[in-house]
Design a protein around this ligand. Structure first.
Ligand SMILES: Cc1cc2nc3c(=O)[nH]c(=O)nc-3n(C[C@H](O)[C@H](O)[C@H](O)COP(=O)(O)OP(=O)(O)OC[C@H]3O[C@@H](n4cnc5c(N)ncnc54)[C@H](O)[C@@H]3O)c2cc1C
Ligand code: FES
Length: 281
């Protein structure tokens, strides 16, 4: 039986500097059997740690269809552990427990055929695994629209993936909140200036869609208002929430919010489930 308390060593096989304090890591478990049997669901997280430092939750941002080959994380330097993690190089080890939590629902089980993904800042990280997987499954019947709000060009995440996503049919729009873009496109994606909510007025929204959201708490309030204006039902909206976590498996209470635990009942919730919980965002 799998022991969720036991961290497994993983080797870094690629590192990319995404933004001034953000690095993307591709890793593979040292034990080949563990990698071959590793499966996660988009939107799930893992506890990543370093002996002598700490461990903390990080979203798995790779394509779940490649989970038996490698996994990817995108880490922002904010404190003790993350300052050390972003210094790691190709060939270094880190330790992983998981995957944990409830992720985004299966794209094939959603009552609506199409998907609108809205991400703000680092909230774009857990949405990347959805985009990577959905982009491989798009057809003339099933469309994916992505709105990504970011501060400026320097902070842009995953720009080396935009052309590939768009080639596969993803409709991607980027919007900068702090910098007027010099061109109308950024890495092939239409780009404008303002908050991510402005895209709801600038761009035609795909019909018959569910919405997946992740971003800073203030973003949820305003994006939800726009979705309501566009007649999205509560049941068709899913959000990924973040809280400080310790155990990641519903034991320590660090992430408790009323009757729910963000770590095991979430981090992804249907809006109808949580909309009446006070201070949930
Ligand atoms: C489900 C989940 C998924 C996450 N995914 C990612 C990810 O993909 N990439 C990423 O870079 N980070 C992610 N985080 C946040 C990450 O876990 C924290 O940044 C990390 O714990 C910081 O550890 P530290 O030792 O470097 O900072 P600390 O020294 O512990 O703290 C530094 C500062 O960051 C604040 N902080 C710590 N944790 C959080 C948090 N969860 N939310 C808000 N503020 C916090 C502290 O209050 C403090 O001000 C995720 C968190 C959760 C709960
Ligand atoms: S992190 Fe321990 S209960 Fe959720």
């Amino acid at each position: 039986m799998k022991n969720f308390y036991l961290p497994e060593a993983a080797k870094i096989i690629e590192v990319v500097r995404e933004a001034p304090n953000v690095k993307w890591f591709k890793v593979r478990f040292v034990n080949k059997k563990i990698q071959q049997n590793f499966h996660f669901w988009h939107g799930q997280f893992a506890m990543v740690g370093l002996p002598g430092y700490d461990e903390a939750p990080f979203d798995i941002c790779s394509n779940p269809l490649r989970s038996t080959e490698y996994i990817e994380f995108t880490i922002r330097k904010v404190g003790r552990l993350t300052s050390r993690l972003v210094q790691l190089q190709k060939g270094d080890l880190l330790w992983i427990r998981g995957p944990f939590g409830r992720g985004w629902p299966s794209l094939f089980k959603l009552p609506k055929k199409n998907l609108l993904v809205v991400g703000g800042g680092c909230g774009f990280v857990p949405l990347r695994s959805v985009i990577e997987e959905a982009a491989e499954q798009l057809s003339s019947e099933r469309q994916l629209q992505v709105f990504y709000g970011c501060r400026n060009t320097e902070e842009l995440l995953f720009e080396n993936r935009y052309k590939d996503w768009q080639k596969k049919g993803v409709k991607l729009n980027v919007i900068f909140s702090e910098e007027k873009p010099r061109n109308k496109t950024v890495y092939g994606a239409p780009c404008s200036y303002g908050l991510v909510t402005k895209l709801f007025d600038e761009v035609e929204i795909i019909k018959n869609a569910s919405a997946f959201l992740c971003g800073p708490p203030v973003m949820f309030k305003f994006v939800l208002k726009k979705l309501k204006e566009k007649k999205f039902a509560d049941q068709d909206i899913y959000l990924s929430l973040e809280r400080k976590m310790d155990c990641g498996i519903g034991i320590c209470q660090h992430c408790a919010c009323g009757e729910i635990y963000i770590c095991k009942d979430g981090p992804v919730f249907n809006y109808a489930e949580i909309k009446n919980i006070p201070n949930i965002f």
